[in-house]
Design a protein around this ligand. Sequence first.
Ligand SMILES: [Zn+2]
Length: 252
Amino acid sequence: MPLQDQLLAYFRLDQRVRAMRSRLDAAINRQAAQERRLAQLNQQAQELTAQHKQAQAHAATLESEANEREAKTATLRDRMNSVTSNKEYSALLVEVNTGKIEQGKLEEAALAALAKADELKAQLDELQGRVDEQAKLVEATKQEVKDAGDEVGEQLETLTAERDAAGEPISPAARKQFDRLVVVHDGEAMAGIEEQNRRRMEYTCEGCYTMIPVETVNALITKPDEVVVCSNCERILFIPEEIRDALGAAKS
Ligand SMILES: [Zn+2]
Protein backbone atom coordinates (compact mmCIF):
# COMPACT_ATOMS: atom_id res chain seq x y z
CA MET A 1 0.00 0.00 0.00
CA PRO A 2 1.46 3.42 -0.90
CA LEU A 3 2.36 5.66 2.03
CA GLN A 4 -0.41 8.16 1.24
CA ASP A 5 -3.02 5.41 1.40
CA GLN A 6 -1.52 4.06 4.62
CA LEU A 7 -1.73 7.49 6.17
CA LEU A 8 -5.28 8.00 5.01
CA ALA A 9 -6.42 4.62 6.37
CA TYR A 10 -4.74 5.41 9.67
CA PHE A 11 -6.24 8.90 9.73
CA ARG A 12 -9.79 7.66 9.09
CA LEU A 13 -9.57 5.07 11.85
CA ASP A 14 -8.07 7.65 14.18
CA GLN A 15 -10.98 9.98 13.42
CA ARG A 16 -13.45 7.24 14.35
CA VAL A 17 -11.60 6.50 17.58
CA ARG A 18 -11.70 10.19 18.45
CA ALA A 19 -15.40 10.55 17.64
CA MET A 20 -16.24 7.55 19.77
CA ARG A 21 -14.17 8.75 22.67
CA SER A 22 -15.61 12.24 22.41
CA ARG A 23 -19.15 10.86 22.81
CA LEU A 24 -18.13 9.24 26.06
CA ASP A 25 -16.24 12.35 27.18
CA ALA A 26 -19.23 14.54 26.36
CA ALA A 27 -21.51 12.33 28.45
CA ILE A 28 -19.04 12.47 31.36
CA ASN A 29 -18.88 16.27 31.09
CA ARG A 30 -22.67 16.55 31.01
CA GLN A 31 -22.94 14.42 34.13
CA ALA A 32 -20.39 16.58 35.95
CA ALA A 33 -22.27 19.76 34.98
CA GLN A 34 -25.61 18.39 36.20
CA GLU A 35 -24.01 17.26 39.45
CA ARG A 36 -22.57 20.72 40.02
CA ARG A 37 -26.03 22.21 39.50
CA LEU A 38 -27.55 19.74 41.95
CA ALA A 39 -24.94 20.60 44.57
CA GLN A 40 -25.79 24.31 44.14
CA LEU A 41 -29.50 23.67 44.56
CA ASN A 42 -28.90 21.51 47.63
CA GLN A 43 -26.81 24.28 49.11
CA GLN A 44 -29.64 26.77 48.51
CA ALA A 45 -32.13 24.35 50.06
CA GLN A 46 -29.94 23.99 53.15
CA GLU A 47 -29.72 27.75 53.56
CA LEU A 48 -33.44 28.16 53.07
CA THR A 49 -34.19 25.39 55.58
CA ALA A 50 -32.04 27.18 58.15
CA GLN A 51 -33.84 30.47 57.48
CA HIS A 52 -37.21 28.75 57.76
CA LYS A 53 -36.31 27.16 61.12
CA GLN A 54 -35.08 30.50 62.38
CA ALA A 55 -38.30 32.24 61.35
CA GLN A 56 -40.36 29.52 63.06
CA ALA A 57 -38.32 29.80 66.24
CA HIS A 58 -38.66 33.58 66.18
CA ALA A 59 -42.45 33.32 65.79
CA ALA A 60 -42.63 30.82 68.67
CA THR A 61 -40.61 33.13 70.93
CA LEU A 62 -42.88 36.08 70.16
CA GLU A 63 -45.98 33.96 70.80
CA SER A 64 -44.76 32.80 74.17
CA GLU A 65 -43.81 36.37 75.09
CA ALA A 66 -47.33 37.47 74.16
CA ASN A 67 -48.75 34.67 76.32
CA GLU A 68 -46.58 35.70 79.25
CA ARG A 69 -47.89 39.22 78.85
CA GLU A 70 -51.43 37.99 78.85
CA ALA A 71 -50.87 35.94 82.00
CA LYS A 72 -49.27 38.91 83.70
CA THR A 73 -52.21 41.16 82.76
CA ALA A 74 -54.64 38.58 84.14
CA THR A 75 -52.76 38.63 87.45
CA LEU A 76 -52.93 42.43 87.50
CA ARG A 77 -56.68 42.32 86.88
CA ASP A 78 -57.12 39.97 89.81
CA ARG A 79 -55.23 42.38 91.98
CA MET A 80 -57.44 45.26 90.77
CA ASN A 81 -60.43 43.46 92.29
CA SER A 82 -58.88 43.44 95.72
CA VAL A 83 -57.37 46.95 95.93
CA THR A 84 -58.91 49.51 98.21
CA SER A 85 -57.43 52.84 97.14
CA ASN A 86 -58.27 54.66 93.93
CA LYS A 87 -54.66 55.58 93.44
CA GLU A 88 -53.58 51.96 93.51
CA TYR A 89 -56.44 51.03 91.19
CA SER A 90 -55.46 53.71 88.66
CA ALA A 91 -51.84 52.62 88.73
CA LEU A 92 -52.83 49.02 88.07
CA LEU A 93 -55.18 50.11 85.30
CA VAL A 94 -52.34 51.94 83.56
CA GLU A 95 -50.18 48.85 83.91
CA VAL A 96 -52.94 46.61 82.53
CA ASN A 97 -53.49 48.88 79.54
CA THR A 98 -49.78 49.14 78.81
CA GLY A 99 -49.59 45.34 79.07
CA LYS A 100 -52.47 44.95 76.62
CA ILE A 101 -50.78 47.25 74.10
CA GLU A 102 -47.54 45.35 74.56
CA GLN A 103 -49.33 42.04 74.10
CA GLY A 104 -51.00 43.31 70.93
CA LYS A 105 -47.64 44.33 69.51
CA LEU A 106 -46.13 40.95 70.32
CA GLU A 107 -49.05 39.11 68.74
CA GLU A 108 -48.75 41.22 65.63
CA ALA A 109 -45.02 40.56 65.41
CA ALA A 110 -45.62 36.83 65.96
CA LEU A 111 -48.13 36.79 63.08
CA ALA A 112 -45.66 38.58 60.80
CA ALA A 113 -42.96 36.09 61.75
CA LEU A 114 -45.33 33.20 61.04
CA ALA A 115 -46.21 34.69 57.66
CA LYS A 116 -42.50 34.99 56.91
CA ALA A 117 -41.99 31.36 57.93
CA ASP A 118 -44.85 30.29 55.66
CA GLU A 119 -43.39 32.24 52.78
CA LEU A 120 -40.01 30.59 53.31
CA LYS A 121 -41.70 27.20 53.49
CA ALA A 122 -43.38 27.84 50.13
CA GLN A 123 -40.03 28.85 48.63
CA LEU A 124 -38.44 25.76 50.14
CA ASP A 125 -41.14 23.49 48.67
CA GLU A 126 -40.64 25.04 45.26
CA LEU A 127 -36.88 24.65 45.57
CA GLN A 128 -37.26 21.06 46.75
CA GLY A 129 -39.22 20.38 43.57
CA ARG A 130 -36.28 21.71 41.56
CA VAL A 131 -33.83 19.64 43.59
CA ASP A 132 -35.88 16.52 42.83
CA GLU A 133 -36.01 17.37 39.12
CA GLN A 134 -32.27 18.00 39.09
CA ALA A 135 -31.59 14.72 40.87
CA LYS A 136 -33.53 12.99 38.09
CA LEU A 137 -31.40 14.77 35.49
CA VAL A 138 -28.25 13.61 37.28
CA GLU A 139 -29.53 10.04 37.26
CA ALA A 140 -30.31 10.34 33.54
CA THR A 141 -26.81 11.60 32.73
CA LYS A 142 -25.30 8.84 34.88
CA GLN A 143 -27.24 6.36 32.80
CA GLU A 144 -26.01 8.10 29.63
CA VAL A 145 -22.41 7.71 30.76
CA LYS A 146 -23.01 4.07 31.57
CA ASP A 147 -24.72 3.46 28.23
CA ALA A 148 -21.99 5.26 26.32
CA GLY A 149 -19.40 3.26 28.24
CA ASP A 150 -21.20 -0.03 27.61
CA GLU A 151 -21.74 0.73 23.96
CA VAL A 152 -18.39 2.27 23.25
CA GLY A 153 -16.15 0.33 25.60
CA GLU A 154 -15.53 -2.85 23.67
CA GLN A 155 -15.97 -1.18 20.29
CA LEU A 156 -13.48 1.50 21.24
CA GLU A 157 -10.94 -1.11 22.23
CA THR A 158 -11.36 -2.98 18.96
CA LEU A 159 -11.23 0.18 16.91
CA THR A 160 -8.17 1.46 18.75
CA ALA A 161 -6.38 -1.84 18.06
CA GLU A 162 -7.41 -1.60 14.42
CA ARG A 163 -6.08 1.94 14.20
CA ASP A 164 -2.81 0.99 15.86
CA ALA A 165 -2.38 -1.89 13.44
CA ALA A 166 -3.04 0.45 10.53
CA GLY A 167 -0.32 2.74 11.88
CA GLU A 168 2.35 0.03 12.00
CA PRO A 169 3.42 -0.02 8.35
CA ILE A 170 3.76 3.76 8.22
CA SER A 171 7.39 4.93 8.19
CA PRO A 172 8.56 6.40 11.52
CA ALA A 173 9.27 9.79 9.94
CA ALA A 174 5.78 10.04 8.46
CA ARG A 175 4.26 8.84 11.72
CA LYS A 176 6.16 11.48 13.64
CA GLN A 177 4.94 14.14 11.26
CA PHE A 178 1.38 12.85 11.56
CA ASP A 179 1.50 12.75 15.37
CA ARG A 180 2.79 16.30 15.52
CA LEU A 181 -0.02 17.54 13.26
CA VAL A 182 -2.60 15.68 15.35
CA VAL A 183 -1.59 17.86 18.27
CA VAL A 184 -1.42 21.07 16.26
CA HIS A 185 -4.78 20.58 14.52
CA ASP A 186 -6.68 18.82 17.29
CA GLY A 187 -6.91 15.47 15.54
CA GLU A 188 -7.21 16.90 12.03
CA ALA A 189 -3.76 15.88 10.86
CA MET A 190 -4.86 15.37 7.28
CA ALA A 191 -7.00 17.26 4.82
CA GLY A 192 -8.45 16.34 1.48
CA ILE A 193 -8.19 18.58 -1.49
CA GLU A 194 -11.37 20.15 -2.78
CA GLU A 195 -12.08 20.82 -6.41
CA GLN A 196 -12.98 24.43 -7.22
CA ASN A 197 -12.58 24.37 -10.98
CA ARG A 198 -11.44 21.26 -12.82
CA ARG A 199 -10.77 22.90 -16.16
CA ARG A 200 -8.51 25.49 -14.59
CA MET A 201 -7.07 22.87 -12.21
CA GLU A 202 -8.05 24.88 -9.15
CA TYR A 203 -8.03 23.00 -5.89
CA THR A 204 -8.11 24.10 -2.26
CA CYS A 205 -7.09 22.51 1.04
CA GLU A 206 -10.15 21.33 2.95
CA GLY A 207 -8.40 22.15 6.18
CA CYS A 208 -7.62 25.82 5.61
CA TYR A 209 -9.27 26.63 2.24
CA THR A 210 -6.02 27.82 0.76
CA MET A 211 -5.40 27.33 -2.94
CA ILE A 212 -3.18 24.37 -3.72
CA PRO A 213 -0.66 24.67 -6.57
CA VAL A 214 -1.02 22.31 -9.50
CA GLU A 215 2.38 20.75 -8.74
CA THR A 216 1.11 19.71 -5.32
CA VAL A 217 -1.97 18.12 -6.86
CA ASN A 218 0.27 16.34 -9.33
CA ALA A 219 2.55 15.12 -6.54
CA LEU A 220 -0.47 13.58 -4.84
CA ILE A 221 -1.12 11.56 -7.96
CA THR A 222 2.39 10.78 -9.14
CA LYS A 223 4.22 10.39 -5.83
CA PRO A 224 1.94 8.25 -3.65
CA ASP A 225 4.87 7.25 -1.42
CA GLU A 226 5.70 10.79 -0.44
CA VAL A 227 4.07 12.87 2.26
CA VAL A 228 2.50 15.86 0.54
CA VAL A 229 1.51 18.75 2.76
CA CYS A 230 -0.49 21.95 2.45
CA SER A 231 2.02 24.80 2.31
CA ASN A 232 -0.25 26.95 4.42
CA CYS A 233 -1.56 24.78 7.28
CA GLU A 234 0.97 21.93 6.89
CA ARG A 235 -1.74 19.27 7.10
CA ILE A 236 -0.90 16.11 5.19
CA LEU A 237 -2.94 16.21 2.03
CA PHE A 238 -4.88 13.41 0.43
CA ILE A 239 -6.76 13.25 -2.80
CA PRO A 240 -10.36 12.04 -2.54
CA GLU A 241 -11.21 9.05 -4.74
CA GLU A 242 -13.59 10.93 -7.03
CA ILE A 243 -11.04 13.66 -7.76
CA ARG A 244 -8.32 11.09 -8.41
CA ASP A 245 -10.62 9.22 -10.78
CA ALA A 246 -11.68 12.38 -12.55
CA LEU A 247 -8.07 13.54 -12.99
CA GLY A 248 -6.99 10.08 -14.08
CA ALA A 249 -9.75 9.99 -16.67
CA ALA A 250 -8.82 13.44 -17.90
CA LYS A 251 -5.19 12.44 -18.30
CA SER A 252 -5.70 9.17 -20.11
ZN1 LIG B 1 -4.23 23.73 4.40
